[in-house]
Ligand binder design. Sequence first.
Ligand code: EPZ
Length: 419
Amino acid sequence: MVGGSPLKGELRIAGAKNAALPILCACLLSSDPIELYNVPDLQDVRTMLKLLQQMGVQVYFPDANQRNHLVLNASTINTPEAPYEMVKTMRASILVLGPLLARMGQAKVSLPGGCAIGARPVDQHIKGLKMMGASIQIKKGFIQAKWGEGQDALQGNSIVTDMITVTGTENLLMAATLAKGTTVLENAAREPEVGDLADLLVKMGANISGIGTDRLVIEGVSSLHGATHSVIPDRIETGTFLCAVAAVGGEITIHDCRPDTLDAVLAKLKEAGLKMKKTADSITATMSSRPKPVSFRTSEYPAFPTDMQAQFMALNTIASGGSHITETIFENRFMHVQELNRLGADISIEGNTALVQGVEKLSGAIVMATDLRASASLVIAGLAAQGETQVDRIYHLDRGYDRMELKLTQLGANIRRIK
Ligand code: EPZ
């Protein structure tokens, strides 16, 4: 890409990746078809669909020429397994564990290894399922789970996770819908994607209260029926495009988004000088000055999301002063720092805090993406830099963004994909 052109125009936001992934797994809880709309067409979604099909789930697209509308039918599951080669490419595969165990009484899921941004253990998922009566062994790198001795279902229980975990909450929530009795999940994650999954489960006949709070109460039912659901818009994609226009200037209108799920990010963007006009499902954002530096620390929802940390850091690299960014969720989510410094940024790291000294201008270079949100950060920085920037390993970007370069081109950016 060649930096320097302001963004102008309109775009629509796709469905949220981190809602779509658990929602696809929820089909395992029922023998009836689940019809989904607004599913984003992303690498991670295709990987999840392949994993489900390998288990025996039927997947079909009623409308042949678009992949956002699909029907899943898990009436015949023949292999309740998630093999290593699938799990190693996508850790969210762990989300099949809870539903498979709840409905089939058995599951064999490869232990996800670590990933670029951290160790990413799943001990809370396992602890919670054990508290629901499951017998779980870790053998040869696999989680082998089944109902307790002589049990014909999981048993409801009160569970407090040691820390707030998004997919941990989602796994336990799905498992609890078919458990015998009541399950209480304390310290539950309140991310909007957890709420979107819960909304689908309720449409399927689950009995859940406390949706959107950190205490979920689930009365188990004997079975769940089919449902139709439209996936919530992606708040991280929305925030990413807002950081882009804040960095390069211009005016864009974002449609089909959910501003109410981004309060912490919108507040920080306002501090940076971005002017925004919101409706219930759109944001018009205008930037006509150099961004002001904004310090923040990441935390669980509704605070500033870790998935927006790298993108906002790109904005801070060209701000009119210093800022500090503290990452509290993952232990190694600063890999974009060295790459941003290759573009002329002035960032130093002290423990889990990055100190950013804003510079007048970045200058283009060849940089390397290391993980999904780091790649988005490098695209934003490249669009703001003088001259040409090349971002390598953009398969990371494709995991979580649906053809980002096309959307940016439509907004006037000078960016193209090199095969
Ligand atoms: C989800 O990951 C998201 N992925 C991540 O998005 C997101 O960054 C993260 O939540 C935090 O918001 C999906 O939803 C598919 P966690 P998840 O369990 O669930 C520790 C992206 O960019 N932990 O909430 O794996 C863990 O190590 C991705 O789209 C345990 O120690 O995150 C971390 O430090 C990246 N044991 C913290 O908790 C456990 O059993 C939060 O992790 C579980 C988690």
